[in-house]
Ligand binder design. Structure first.
Ligand SMILES: NC(=O)c1ccc[n+]([C@@H]2O[C@H](COP(=O)([O-])OP(=O)(O)OC[C@H]3O[C@@H](n4cnc5c(N)ncnc54)[C@H](O)[C@@H]3O)[C@@H](O)[C@H]2O)c1
Ligand SMILES: [Zn+2]
Length: 361
């Protein structure tokens, strides 16, 4: 088992990573909070696949738990589900000394975290992330949220879990597309912080080779995220590096109405565009474009897109990272090293015109 400690003073917690940890979840939670009762938030897919395992593990440890399941998918990250969940917690008479367990992907983690932050002005919660994206990204860092009609993640809170239990064996049932989506974030960490880790990924020929190293991969990603989160818990500075590929990516997701490209696919395309932009601006070595595209393609991520860069710029003006006529892009000075560059929309538009045929269309 791999273990990582996130040091946030009163909000510090451990991340435990390993194959088969689900069976030990009850004992681990019990040693942290011996007498607590719990509500487990999950989604229909995870409940069907792994509900019995977790339920058994909690029962064996003597933890009384009630399961609340939401339909799988982003549309459940809503105020409507939040209210239903809070009422469920109240109906089960959860007190401030009890627990919410978020057992699922990023949707469950974000919704569960926000419910824990708001129920009785805040109760403890535990993350048991079950997607690759949730294990390397959303379960670390304490950002919780639901979507509003007016936009994604518009209502939320910073609320740190008390413990994260990442069982890598559950990743084997992820669809090809969901696995690839998580890989975009894994590749991102290599690009922005760790060239050796990028090279390690280049040496893994396929998904099954990766699976053999999954605890190491997840630990490395969480450790890299830990460094920026410890330094910048509230996301006002250094943590912005994690947005590499995301400013372009969000525009791609929005134009595609979140259907054409899932988040990780859009991030992969965004990273490719950010490298192309950096290389055009003379700040990123141009010869990094090929290795990046090769790695994305190998793990099932798209490397061409049907949305032209000039079309993207129009949408980026409404991105939350846009500030008047300038916006902050995360670029690479070299593989494994990122920096923030402020660019004007005019500069960006000019560059995007030059990159308009990057996708070969
Ligand atoms: N809080 C943060 O810092 C942060 C960071 C990144 C993303 N997010 C959020 O995370 C969400 C996306 O997370 P996600 O990609 O995990 O999506 P998700 O939670 O919707 O899960 C994706 C799909 O995989 C299924 N699934 C989950 N675990 C499975 C398993 N082990 N086997 C088979 N299927 C499984 C789910 O039922 C779902 O259909 C978005 O809402 C995004 O905004 C939050
Ligand atoms: Zn992301």
């Amino acid at each position: 088992m791999e273990q990582l400690h996130i040091d946030l003073k009163d909000h510090s917690y451990d991340i435990l990573i390993g194959g088969g940890l689900l069976q030990e979840a009850g004992a681990l939670i019990c040693s942290l909070r011996p007498k607590a009762r719990a509500v487990v938030l999950t989604d229909d897919t995870v409940l069907r696949l792994y509900g019995d395992s977790l339920s058994q593990s909690l029962a064996e440890a003597g933890i009384s738990a009630a399961f609340f399941s939401i339909p799988s998918g982003e549309s459940s990250k809503s105020m409507d589900q939040l209210e239903k969940l809070l009422n469920f917690m109240a109906a089960h008479r959860l007190t401030r000394s009890d627990l919410l367990i978020a057992f699922g992907g990023g949707v469950v983690g974000d919704l569960g975290g926000f419910a824990a932050a708001s129920y009785m002005r805040g109760i403890d919660f535990i993350q048991i992330p079950t997607t690759l994206l949730a294990q390397v990204d959303s379960s670390v860092g304490g950002k919780t949220a639901v979507n509003l009609d007016s936009g994604k993640n518009l209502a939320g809170a910073f609320w740190q879990p008390r413990l994260v239990i990442a069982d890598t064996s559950v990743l084997s049932t992820l669809s090809r597309r969901e696995f690839a989506g998580g890989m975009a974030e894994v590749i991102k960490y290599g690009c922005i912080f760790d060239r050796d880790f990028f090279a390690f990924l280049e040496n893994c020929p396929d998904r099954s080779a990766l699976m053999a190293y999954m605890p190491y991969i997840i630990r490395t990603c969480c450790d890299l995220k830990r460094i920026v989160v410890e330094e910048d818990e509230r996301d006002t500075g250094h943590r912005m590096m994690l947005n590499f590929g995301h400013t372009f990516g969000h525009a791609i997701e929005t134009i595609g109405s979140y259907q054409r490209y899932i988040h990780g696919e859009a991030v992969a395309l965004g990273m490719i565009l950010a490298v192309a932009y950096g290389s055009l601006a003379g700040v990123t070595p141009g010869d990094f474009a090929d290795p990046l595209a090769r790695l994305c393609r190998r793990f099932g991520l798209p490397v061409t897109c049907d949305i032209r860069p000039t079309e993207l710029v129009k949408h980026m003006t409404i991105d939350k990272k846009a500030d008047g006529t300038t916006l902050r892009l995360i670029l690479l000075s070299q593989p494994g090293r990122a920096f923030i560059q402020t660019v004007t929309l005019e500069e960006l538009t000019t560059a995007m015109k030059q990159l308009d045929h990057i996708w070969g269309n």
